[in-house]
Design a protein around this ligand. Structure first.
Ligand SMILES: [Zn+2]
Length: 192
């Protein structure tokens, strides 16, 4: 992930530097996504990097009315991430911020010009070998929890919403230490 917000990038640099470089720029593989989960004190930050094809039937800038509608629906859904990332109920976690970044959807992400910071997409190639266009979505979800001592799990509800998504490679730093996990439609829960 080449455009992580500074806070998260700094946290990863400290905690992950021996292992991260080989994973930082994964292949654009439809069906697969990467997630970084950082739990520290009362803060939970979830960073997701995925081909747009896992969420939409296209990866270019929306052209038809239907595609524009689909893009807006996707962005709206991602901004309500409490439904997508369910943290331990007892921990009292609230979604504080959602940052979305997708070159193909840039105009749509900016539309409501809400409190999100929108970053320009990075310099990694967005085009496949055959001239076929590919596009990624980077998203960061920040939660704040009123009872962090009761925070021990995250259920990821992305698969039921977007069936094209088949697996998520998770790297995490939690009070239990560093770890990794593979999420699939059959395995959606992370515990620490
Ligand atoms: Zn693609």
């Amino acid at each position: 992930m080449n455009t992580l917000p500074a806070f998260f990038a700094a946290a990863l640099a400290v905690l992950f530097s021996p292992a991260l470089p080989s994973r930082a720029h994964g292949p654009h593989e439809h069906g697969a996504a990467r997630m970084n989960l950082a739990v520290e004190g009362d803060s939970v930050v979830i960073a997701l990097e995925s081909p747009l094809a896992n969420f939409l039937s296209f990866e270019h800038a929306p052209e038809t009315d239907q595609q524009k509608e689909d893009a807006r629906a996707l962005i709206a859904r991602l901004r309500k991430a409490e439904d997508l990332f369910r943290l331990s109920g007892a921990a009292g976690c609230r979604l504080e911020k959602v940052e979305l970044e997708a070159e193909a959807l840039e105009d749509f992400i900016r539309e409501p010009s809400a409190q999100e910071a929108v970053h320009k997409a990075g310099d990694h190639p967005e085009h496949g070998e055959e001239g076929e266009e590919h596009g990624d979505l980077d998203a960061e979800f920040s939660f704040r929890c009123s009872r962090p001592a009761d925070l021990h799990s995250l259920e990821v509800a992305l698969f039921s919403v977007w069936p094209a998504l088949r697996d998520i490679d998770v790297q995490m730093v939690t009070p239990a230490g560093q770890g990794s996990a593979e999420l699939t439609p059959e395995q959606t829960l992370i515990r620490w």
